[in-house]
Design a protein around this ligand. Sequence first.
Ligand SMILES: [Zn+2]
Length: 156
Amino acid sequence: MFLFLANLFLSNSLAGELYKKYEWEVSPSIAICPDTSITKKDIESAINYWKVELSKNLDYKTIYYLSSCKTMNRLNTIYITGDYKQVGSQLAYTDVLFYYYLLDEGEDPQKYLEKAIIYIDEKHADSKIVLYHEFGHAIGLGHSDHEVMKSYHFHW
Ligand SMILES: [Zn+2]
């Protein structure tokens, strides 16, 4: 009986909470491609937003502008691009690459991010909530009931 009540309490208190799916093991750099109008300042605003929401510092090395994004092959990097072909019919989406260390069978490993690519349709590049949502994915958050991390705003 106690367990049942405890579970009920837990599921209520989780509404609107964040779901942390991945971590960065190595602090990433943040690279802005030339095909987006998103600026360093926009990224800093997303970082500050998540700093407050998560009540912790987000460690990153640097934010810089790239002159080309033909090969987005640097590891420990969060790329931001406006590549419309990749975005397709969505407002935006984020691709993540992750790794984990082998554990004994049945154990759930901690997954670490190796690279994240945020694609934002240029039409929505000035929308703070779209950037905050996608940046949330790039720092390891999955979808949840949280006001910014709800899936239906942005994805099919
Ligand atoms: Zn999403």
